[in-house]
Design a protein around this ligand. Structure first.
Ligand SMILES: Cc1cc2nc3c(=O)[nH]c(=O)nc-3n(C[C@H](O)[C@H](O)[C@H](O)COP(=O)(O)O)c2cc1C
Length: 168
């Protein structure tokens, strides 16, 4: 999914992330909390998600918007533990979004992390966790002939979901 976040001055940035989990509480992804997106979410804890399927039922787009909160340490630990060891090592080695002098620097940091955890389990780094986007607006967009697309918007208001159609 494409995740868009904004800093405190309203400057927006977007990137793809893996939707790891979705349930009635929201949409969860995992990342480095000191990354650019992590810093932006600390400054401005709201996000927009975009899902695009170009080939599904002609075209389908789903948009989600809402406040963002961190997942619990227990949730993050549970998911981190299921990741391949190489990814766990990578999470320690990467200073995500910071300037990297060369690939050699990254490789050296991977080797360092491997050495550090040799023979034992790799704990979750303190800077690696998940965020949950709590939807307050969800829109389903279905492509239709002659641009007469179908748009169904769901808004969470006064404790309940309201549904309405939108002009395409
Ligand atoms: C298909 C795809 C999936 C990705 N999934 C993740 C992810 O789950 N978590 C993550 O931190 N970065 C993921 N990335 C990398 C991000 O797009 C991005 O480069 C990185 O998180 C740094 O973003 P930032 O500098 O805006 O924080 C993914 C990239 C692609 C192309």
């Amino acid at each position: 999914m494409v995740l868009s976040t904004a800093d405190r001055d309203g400057r927006i940035s977007s990137r793809a992330v893996l939707l790891k989990h979705a349930d009635e509480r929201g949409f969860v992804f995992y990342t480095n909390t000191a990354s650019r997106k992590g810093v932006q979410l600390a400054e401005h804890p709201r996000a927009s998600l975009l899902f695009l399927w170009k080939q599904l039922r002609d075209q389908v787009q789903v948009r989600v918007e809402g406040p963002v909160e961190p997942v619990t340490a227990t949730e993050a630990d549970a998911y981190f533990a299921t990741r391949p060891r190489e990814s766990q090592i990578g999470a320690w080695a990467s200073d995500q979004s910071r300037p990297l002098r060369s690939r050699a620097e990254l490789e050296a940091r991977v080797a360092e992390a491997e050495q550090r955890f040799r023979g034992g389990p790799v704990p979750r780094p303190p800077h690696w966790s998940g965020y949950r986007v709590r939807p307050e607006r969800v829109e389903f967009w279905y492509g239709a002939a002659f641009r007469l697309h179908e748009r169904i918007q769901h808004r969470f208001e006064d404790g309940g979901w309201r549904q309405e159609l939108l002009f395409p």
